[in-house]
Write a protein that binds this ligand. Sequence first.
Ligand code: GMT
Length: 378
Amino acid sequence: MKIGIVCYPTFGGSGVVATELGKALGKLGHEVHFMTYSQPMRLDFFNQNIFYHEVTLQSYPLFKYPPYEMALASKMVDIAKFAKLDLLHVHYAIPHASAAYQAKQILALQGINLPFITTLHGTDITLVGRDPSYEPVVSFSINKSDGVTAVSNNLKEDTLRLFDVEKDIKVIPNFIDLDRFKRQKKEHFKTAICPNNEKLIVHTSNFRRVKRVEDALRIFKQISDKMPAKLLLVGDGPHRVNVEALSRELGVTDDVRFLGKLDAVEEVLSVADLFLMPSEKESFGLAALEAMACEVPVISSNAGGIPELNIHGVTGFVSNIGDVDDMSKNALHVLNDDNLETFKAAALARAKELDIKKIVPEYVDYYREILDSQMAGV
Ligand code: GMT
């Protein structure tokens, strides 16, 4: 198949899923055309089946806000014709789904049928998309998509509850490349961070409000009051300054390190004992899946789709959003030497169920289903 993929190229789960999917499809022999405003972060290798087309914006003094959606729709039209795409797969509804609809209509006038699939990733539904400034267009473009997927059952339910959507939504969960995300021997790194064999706790996120990184720090404080421990914070974003200030207030600065944005997050996860995800919203929790693949149990909130990934009492524990005391109590239970190895093994076993090799074929089957229904005129 010839597939166009549209996503946000920077750090962020939806862009990671889209890029890894495109790479996997390319390796399977499909021709994949990425269309984004810059090179996707994880599109970092050569494959003869993978192409990248940059969406360029013309600036003009009149434009306070350059019309990205128009430029993207024009690029979709151009690449669909040039590469003879079979279908378009857009990740994150805003503004990709409405741009895809525009492109589809333009192409239809030229006698070309371009079906498009929209994958909903989370905040495009639960946060930004429901804002009245976007909601009518989001609802419309979901309904006009030829196929719609969501990354968890919870996100599907939220979409049906929050939007006037009649479309059937197929759930295809996030997946993980177990060849990359696996526990590696990085003992020198562990010794440097934890010279006295302290337990190593990790949190990775974009430090936005919904991630509740302050909760992660408060949980760590309660852990370190009871056992020697260190906390690594990976990522960057608007709340980093608040978290830095809180770490001084809590008196934990000697045990907390801010690593900023890292490409090789799997190296840090390889030496971790526990992963914290206290998010307020999380449609799936890809960062937790990355940790689990590296044999790291998860202490999380019960937000959104997290409980579908982090199995309570098995791969870690889930608690009500903001219940720092419960998360701390659970963290201490998991970190107990009598329990830790069992939780680590269970985390890996759960990650294996979401192996990229199992999940990508679900997308391929769905593409075929959509193409077949178009041929049959359904
Ligand atoms: O978590 C973020 O803020 C990034 C966001 C994105 O759109 O890139 O991630 C969302 O999509 C990921 C991939 O499907 C999911 O694993 C994340 O749970 C989801 N984030 C939220 O729902 C907040």
